[in-house]
Ligand binder design. Structure first.
Ligand code: ACO
Length: 336
């Protein structure tokens, strides 16, 4: 069975915050941020919520696919910054869309979230349990950022990106002879290194608790990151994960038209391209304009590529995400 992405959508908060705006908040500069990260501005919520951004992106993806909300079987929201623990964001989105038939739930794999949602949808559709899925990465990280910590607050942005995924004909062949759909996928997690990128929720403190976990000063209720460890993890793990996905599909780097990577940092993306010996022009980037939106980066970039006409039927693309957990993954697919 072949499974393809047949529609994309994205939604960003209206408010754009430049590096100079950041320099008015913390001791930093446009030059430092651009040189170390490649980011020039980011969209920051002025009140837009994870659920509202997700629903807007999903609505666009459905329209792009030519499908109505009533036809959706499954809604998966990848997020690490929902407004509510209960109900989950996916149920909020289901309600906002009026997707009455859809089963809806969230998953959290941080910046790998969209890719993990794609793989989850793939598994459900492949087994025949559902025919299609709306998958969305949506984040309002500005809620989780310590706006006095210059080492993290300059990195992140808010936004949502969505894709409609469905079963396709086994024989949907493009004019270049390639079969439309997902060709391979690899994903992994390493919980032993999880604390290099962390953010605390509520801990055990009920009246019946026998032992209350000791407050760990290294865990904050804001995003805390060991940037250099994350950098090392990403530059080592992402190329090998992409290579594993290529090997699984029996492909080589030269057969890939575009590498759509999680947009954390230009230097990480350049290093991955170098290690794979791939041309950097095959790595589209938008983080200069929108910053790092965690689970939303891959689908927002995918939607921009789709709508700008840079993606063509028959293009073979690699999607790759990496982030807190630690989590990582890569997928090869032929655009249809
Ligand atoms: N402006 C000015 N100076 C800063 C800033 C800032 N925004 N942030 C940190 N500094 C200072 C530090 O205080 C330090 O000063 P000191 O030498 O006086 O102590 C100096 O710059 C160097 O700090 P480092 O943390 O060593 O800076 P580094 O060169 O490692 O760059 C960065 C930091 C950009 C985060 C880098 O580690 C990196 O690219 N890491 C990858 C992680 C990443 O991109 N994470 C994104 C989120 S996670 C994800 O999406 C997977």
């Amino acid at each position: 069975m072949a499974i393809k992405i047949s529609g994309t959508g994205s939604a960003l908060p209206k408010q754009s915050i430049t590096n100079d705006d950041m320099a008015r908040l913390v001791e930093t500069s446009d030059e430092w941020i651009r040189q170390r990260t490649g980011i020039a501005q980011r969209r920051i919520s002025a009140g837009e919520t994870v659920a509202a951004l997700a629903a807007k992106a999903c609505g666009m993806a459905l329209e792009n696919a030519g499908v109505s909300a009533q036809e959706v079987d499954l809604i998966l929201v990848a997020t690490c910054s929902p407004e509510l623990l209960l109900p989950c964001c996916a149920c909020q989105v289901q309600g906002l869309l009026g997707a009455k038939r859809a089963v809806a739930f969230d998953l959290n794999a941080a910046c790998s979230g969209f890719l993990f949602a794609l793989n989850t949808a793939y598994a459900y559709i492949e087994t025949g349990m559902y025919r299609n899925a709306l998958i969305v990465g949506s984040e309002v990280l500005s809620k989780l950022v310590d706006w006095s910590d210059r080492s993290t607050c300059v990195l992140f942005g808010d936004g949502a990106g969505a894709a409609f995924v469905e079963k396709t004909n086994d024989n949907e062949v493009c004019s270049n002879g390639r079969h439309v759909g997902i060709e391979s996928m690899v994903q992994g997690s390493d919980g032993t290194k999880g604390m290099v990128l962390s953010c605390k929720e509520r801990t055990v403190s009920n009246p019946f608790a026998v032992s209350v976990p000791e407050e760990d000063e290294d865990i904050s209720s804001y995003i805390k990151m060991d940037g250099q460890e994350v950098y090392k993890f990403a530059t080592r793990q992402v190329p090998s994960c992409i290579q594993a996905a290529l090997d699984q599909a029996g492909l080589c780097v030269e057969e890939i038209d575009l590498f759509v990577l999680h947009q954390a940092n230009v230097r990480i993306i350049e290093s991955v391209a170098k290690r794979l010996k791939a041309d950097i022009s095959k790595f589209p980037m938008n983080l200069e304009r929108v910053g790092n939106m965690s689970s939303a980066t891959i689908p927002v970039l995918l939607d921009e590529l789709n709508r700008s006409g840079r993606l063509h039927r028959g293009d073979r693309i690699v999607l790759s995400g990496f982030g807190a957990g630690l989590t990582y993954g890569a997928s090869v697919l032929v655009w249809g």
